[in-house]
Design a protein around this ligand. Structure first.
Ligand SMILES: Nc1nc2c(ncn2[C@@H]2O[C@H](COP(=O)(O)OP(=O)(O)OP(=O)(O)O)[C@@H](O)[C@H]2O)c(=O)[nH]1
Ligand SMILES: [Mg+2]
Length: 289
C-alpha cells in the first residue's frame, strides 16, 4: 500500500491551498512516518510544504503532490548515484543480510556490464554453502562471464585474492564479488567484511572500489539499523534496493540517504536477468503515491 493511499480523502477534499488544514499536515506527517521515511524527513518535508503553501504557491492538488515529490526526491539526491567503474579493474563488493538479493543483483549487473562491452569476472566470496557458489556460477553462465570459485568453507579472503590476481592478469574491467549474507549484529562476521575491503585496497590500491549494501524493499526501520552497521564496519558507497516489484515501496532508503548520505544506485524489479534498473529518485518518489 502506498504511503499516501490513506491520504486520498485529504487530496480529494476541497482545500484552501493558502493554508492546507492542520489535519492534512498531521495526516501527511503520520503517513510519511508509516512509509518509513523517518521522523526527521517526515517533519522536514511537512515543514517545507507548509512554507510553500504559505507563500501561496498552490492552487491545485497536483501542485501539492508535485511539490511533495520534489521535496522527497531532494532527500534522496546524495552523492553520486552512478557506479564508479572507471579503472581496470574496478571492484564491486556486495554485502547485506541473508536473502536480500546479493547474488541475483550480481548476475543482473554482470549481464549489464557485459552488454556494455566490459570484461567481467565474478568472485564467489560466499563460501559458507557450496550451493552459493553454484548459484553464482549459474548466473555467470547466464551472463556469459567468468567466475573464480573455491571449495565450500574456503576463506572468502583467499577467493577474493585469487579473483583480484586473475582480474589483473586477464585485464578484467569489473570484478563483482559476492559475500555470504550476515546479520549486521554478528560482529565477527562483520569484521570479515572489513578484511575483504583491506585485501582490495592492498591488492588493487589504484582501483575504483564500491561497497554496495543490498537492501530488500520490504525491510522497514530495520533497514536503517542494518545500513548503519554495514557502513560502520565496511564503509558503503551505495545501495541496491531489491524486490521493488512487490507491494513494498522501500521508503526506508529516504531515511538512510538522509542520515548516512549513501545514494541508492540500482533497483531490483524482479528475478530475471533484465530486472535491474539505475535508480531514479523522481520516479521512485512518484511511486510512493
Ligand atoms: N521479486 C524479486 N525477487 C528478487 C529480487 N532480487 C532477488 N530476488 C529473489 O530473492 C531471493 C534471494 O535472492 P539471492 O540473490 O539468493 O539473495 P542473497 O542476498 O544472495 O541471499 P544469501 O546469499 O542467502 O544471503 C531469490 O529467490 C531471488 O530470485 C527482485 O528484485 N525482485
Ligand atoms: Mg547469495
Amino acid at each position: 500500500m502506498g504511503i499516501f493511499s490513506k491520504l486520498k480523502a485529504a487530496w480529494l477534499a476541497p482545500m484552501s491551498f493558502e493554508s492546507l488544514g492542520e489535519e492534512f499536515y498531521d495526516q501527511l506527517e503520520e503517513n510519511l512516518i508509516l512509509g518509513d521515511v523517518g521522523t526527521t524527513v517526515a517533519a522536514g518535508a511537512v515543514e517545507e510544504l507548509r512554507r510553500r503553501a504559505y507563500e501561496g504557491r498552490f492552487t491545485t492538488a497536483d501542485q501539492v503532490k508535485d511539490a511533495l515529490r520534489e521535496i522527497l526526491a531532494k532527500y534522496l539526491t546524495v552523492g553520486d548515484a552512478s557506479l564508479n567503474v572507471s579503472t581496470t579493474p574496478s571492484i564491486l563488493l556486495f554485502i547485506g543480510v541473508n536473502g536480500v538479493g546479493k547474488t541475483t543483483s550480481i548476475g543482473k549487473l554482470a549481464a549489464r556490464f557485459k552488454a556494455e562491452g566490459k570484461k567481467v569476472l565474478l568472485c564467489a566470496g560466499d563460501t559458507f554453502r557450496a550451493a552459493a557458489a553454484d548459484q553464482l556460477e549459474i548466473w555467470a553462465n547466464r551472463a556469459g562471464v567468468d567466475i573464480i570459485r573455491q571449495h565450500e568453507g574456503a576463506d572468502p579472503g583467499a577467493v577474493l585474492f585469487d579473483a583480484l590476481q586473475a582480474a589483473k592478469a586477464r585485464h578484467v574491467d569489473v570484478v563483482l564479488c559476492d559475500t555470504a549474507g550476515r546479520l549486521h549484529n554478528k560482529q565477527n562476521l562483520m569484521n570479515e567484511l572489513a578484511k575483504l575491503r583491506k585485501i582490495i585496497s592492498r591488492e588493487c590500491p589504484d582501483s575504483a572500489c564500491e561497497t554496495l549494501l543490498v537492501l530488500d524493499a520490504t525491510t522497514g526501520q530495520n533497514g536503517l539499523i542494518q545500513a548503519r552497521q554495514f557502513k560502520e564496519t565496511a564503509g558503503l558507497t551505495g545501495i541496491i534496493l531489491t524486490k521493488l516489484d512487490g507491494t513494498a515501496k522501500g521508503g526506508i532508503v529516504i531515511a538512510i540517504a538522509q542520515e548516512l548520505q549513501v545514494p541508492v544506485k540500482f533497483v531490483g524489479l524482479g528475478e530475471g536477468i533484465d530486472d535491474l534498473k539505475p535508480f531514479d529518485a523522481k520516479e521512485f518518489v512518484g511511486d510512493l503515491f
